[in-house]
Design a protein around this ligand. Structure first.
Ligand SMILES: Cc1cc2nc3c(=O)[nH]c(=O)nc-3n(C[C@H](O)[C@H](O)[C@H](O)COP(=O)(O)OP(=O)(O)OC[C@H]3O[C@@H](n4cnc5c(N)ncnc54)[C@H](O)[C@@H]3O)c2cc1C
Length: 325
């Protein structure tokens, strides 16, 4: 467990700019948690090599308000600029740390990652962009059974099935299996011989339901494919007898930003979160920056939103930052 003053989720343009603004305002320490192994994963992944990166994006010219800014350049030059900010401001970025949950404890936030890292902070800034999706399996899901196959946090929406399979080995798989076991016979398939990422509370709940016979664990099992079946879905494993269930729930990590925000209690209006002029949500001390916080996202608007977040922290939360978590 680590403590910091400001925890930032996502090392894209918005997350990096928030850290730059915070550090130059003397608000530190700041920790950035990034799910990939490099900053600006969205730009690495979606921009083609040599792409022109323009501050005038979708015909909208946005004047810089804060420290971070750029002129028209290539993808590679832009990424070098970001690296330069990281070096110059000595940003503390923890890579390969996908944030799975944020909860409140004694007016501080507890941020948990898929690697088991726990960071406590009085202020949290979410800058995860809009491109997140739940992880899906590599094999194709036949179209006949698509309405019985669920991914990520959608799992909780439909629990009318009586015999189901949950796939995954982390907290979301454990929570989904326990939730569904209220009404259904649940099988939980995980490809490893034992769980190592499930927190003690979820593990205790899971073990209790296994003992009561409501959940059957299928450890060391790897699914090869799903097939339509008169009773629902036939699950073909590489190393286990086939299993027929009514529905399959994949909990392999990742989530849409919308579901992520909903799951931590952020107030939404349609698909967008409700934020004030500083990007602060209905949860005091929890801010959004970048594409998540603005209507039409761009790099310059991400930089500017980071500036406004830090203005909001300076204006309303200096006392909160002094709080011991
Ligand atoms: C093809 C394309 C071309 C574009 N061209 C331009 C352009 O020329 N000019 C312009 O201004 N804009 C352009 N944009 C838009 C611009 O890229 C975005 O507006 C900008 O990247 C938004 O920054 P952000 O920091 O909000 O989000 P992102 O850049 O999406 O960064 C989010 C970061 O958070 C990380 N993350 C996500 N979930 C988690 C989690 N749970 N835990 C930890 N980390 C997480 C991601 O890995 C990523 O690094 C373009 C977009 C696309 C797709």
């Amino acid at each position: 467990m680590e403590k910091t003053k400001i925890a930032i989720i996502g090392a894209g343009p918005a997350g990096i700019a928030t850290a730059v603004e915070a550090k130059s305002a003397g608000l530190e320490p700041v920790i950035i948690l990034e799910k990939s192994n490099q900053p600006c994963e969205t730009i690495h992944k979606f921009y083609h090599p040599g792409k022109r990166v323009d501050p005038v994006y979708r015909k909208r010219k946005i004047e810089p308000e804060g420290i971070c800014r750029f002129d028209t350049c290539t993808k590679e030059e832009f990424l070098a600029l970001i690296d330069d900010y990281i070096q110059r401001y000595e940003l503390d970025i923890r890579f390969k740390q996908e944030v799975r949950n944020i909860k409140k404890e004694n007016d501080c936030f507890v941020v948990e990652t898929n690697q088991g890292l726990v960071v406590k902070a009085p202020v949290v800034v979410i800058a995860i962009g809009i491109f997140g999706r739940p992880v899906k399996p590599s094999y194709k899901i036949p179209k006949e059974i698509k309405d019985r196959v669920f991914f990520g946090t959608q799992a909780h929406l439909d629990s009318s099935f009586r015999k189901v399979l949950v796939v995954g080995g982390g907290d979301s798989a454990a929570e989904t299996a326990c939730f569904l076991a209220k009404k259904a016979q649940v099988f939980l398939s995980y490809r490893r011989p034992q769980f190592f990422r499930i927190n003690p509370t979820n593990m205790a709940h899971l073990e209790k339901l296994v003992q009561e016979g409501k959940i059957t664990l299928l450890m060391n099992t790897d699914i090869q494919r799903l097939e339509p079946d008169p009773q629902g879905i036939k699950v073909i494993f590489k190393d286990h007898d086939p299993l027929v269930v009514e529905a399959v729930y994949y909990c392999l990590g990742g989530s849409t930003p919308e579901n992520f925000l909903k799951s931590i209690g952020v107030k939404m209006e349609g698909k967008r979160a409700v934020v004030n002029e500083y990007g602060e949500t209905n949860i005091p001390g929890l801010f959004l920056a970048g594409d998540l916080a603005v209507e039409k996202g761009s790099i310059m608007s991400a930089f500017n939103s980071a500036h406004r977040v830090v203005e909001g922290i300076k204006r309303h939360h200096l006392a909160r930052l002094e709080r011991e978590c």
